[in-house]
Design a protein around this ligand. Structure first.
Ligand SMILES: Cc1ncc(COP(=O)(O)O)c(C=O)c1O
Length: 409
């Protein structure tokens, strides 16, 4: 018998605004699954849920490392051969002012460490709106007020420079740029990168360039593929951390391997980099055996990327055609990653739209409000990773749902 009545243990108040809409919808999906239905998951960006396979030579490298006894702790910044391979990748991407590189347990950890090592209470970091929700979650965890700049749907979802200028305060320390973007699938032009670099220079900001999707670039409407441009290559002098990783480009999201590439003026970035290393040491190390797959991934055969890009192009085209043909739906064509962020013209919230869509048609997408969006607009995010047959059936369900619930406009 317990001696005293247990009292409820409350979670920290600063977590109240931490949301992860992508996974929060799971409870609605569970209801539907319990009723015996199969749910089509167009909500999680995990290629391994669909017809994508990890390149075998990468699996072999991690397996070999385990067999060879690489199962203890690794050096905190990462194993030397992985660090060297990441530096090589930075050089191939035209980043000429690399000051440091380190390996993490996924870009998720890079985000957490790099933001934690920079901001003091009362300071802020500019994050995009809509954004990948981890950024706001980490800032909430640190008790930092959110300061989001708009991405402009009327300008291919590019950052709205005037809004960045409006939101800057003397206490703004950094700016997050996700390129290619999640959730919009947009890709930044060189001119846009240069303009953002100019703002960073004038306001002494650290640029956080989240480029985790940099090898998943899709053709434009003329069929041309513009190679991805690293922010740090365009702005070698600006203090920058480029976030990269294995999850998406090399199809191993469950391995949790990411990295950070620190670039910019050596003297300017030194003390901040030391702060990052303090945190790297405190958390011991990233996953060890998987780090042996970084060099084979970055330097070995890249054949799988052709196949991934072929599938993504076909699925993006199908998605775009459906958006164009469906009443109440419009969409800026995605140019990278595997997300589309269509706008919907409906008389209720996009959260209700998404939940009812799961209940009635068993298709799961994520509401735009889960990523943040301009007031008065409604969107949903589609993950277009499933094969064409599955997508066609999911889109037919969404179109029927829109017609039945709202009429044709
Ligand atoms: C923009 C962006 N950054 C970071 C991450 C996290 O990546 P990782 O699996 O390397 O933690 C994701 C995952 O979807 C993402 O979309």
């Amino acid at each position: 018998m317990p001696l005293t009545q247990a009292r409820e243990i409350a979670a920290a108040k600063r977590l109240e605004n931490v949301r992860y809409a992508i996974r929060d919808l799971a409870s609605v999906a569970d209801e539907v699954i319990k009723q015996g239905h199969k749910v089509l998951p167009l909500n999680v960006g995990d290629p391994l849920n669909f017809d994508f396979q990890t390149p075998p030579h990468i699996i072999e490298a991690a397996y070999k490392a385990m067999r060879d006894g690489k199962n203890g702790y690794a050096p905190s910044p990462g194993i030397p051969e992985a660090l060297e391979a990441i530096r090589g990748e930075a050089t191939r991407k035209g980043i000429t002012t690399v000051q440091d590189v380190f390996v993490t347990s996924g870009v998720s950890e890079t985000v957490d460490l790099c933001i934690s090592a920079l901001v003091n209470p009362g300071e802020d970091i500019l994050t995009p709106k809509p954004d990948y929700p981890l950024y706001s979650a980490v800032l909430c965890k640190l008790g930092i007020a959110l300061n989001a700049y708009d991405l402009n749907e009327d300008d291919a979802w590019h950052p709205e420079l005037a809004d960045i200028e409006r939101k800057l305060t003397p206490r703004t320390r950094g700016l997050v740029l996700i390129n290619p973007n999640n959730p919009t699938g947009s890709l930044c032009s060189r001119q846009m990168l240069e303009q953002i670099a100019d703002i960073a220079r004038r306001h002494n900001l650290v640029a956080f360039a989240d480029e985790i999707y940099d090898k998943l670039i899709l053709p434009d409407s003329n069929g041309d593929v513009t190679p991805h441009l690293a922010f740090a290559a365009v702005a070698p002098d600006v203090p920058c951390i480029t976030f990269g990783g294995m999850s998406k480009n090399y199809l191993v999201p469950g391995w949790r391997i990411g990295w950070g590439i620190v670039s910019g003026d050596a003297a300017a970035i030194k003390s901040y980099t030391e702060g990052i290393h303090r945190l790297l040491r405190a958390r011991l190390c990233a996953n060890h055996p998987e780090q042996y797959a970084i060099k084979p991934a970055l330097e070995g055969p890249q054949d799988h990327l052709m196949e991934v890009q072929r599938k993504l192009r076909s699925r993006r085209d199908l998605t775009q055609k459906w958006c164009e043909a469906t009443p109440r739906v419009s969409c800026v064509a995605p140019r990278g990653a595997f997300y589309a962020f269509p706008r919907i013209d409906i008389p209720e919230s996009d959260e209700v739209f998404v939940k009812e869509l799961i209940r009635q048609k068993h298709v799961m997408v994520v509401h735009g409000s889960g990523f943040g969006q301009k007031p008065g607009t409604q969107h949903f995010r589609i993950v277009f990773l499933p094969d064409e047959k599955t997508l066609t059936s999911a889109y037919a369900g969404i179109a029927d749902f829109i017609r039945e619930r709202y009429g044709v406009a």
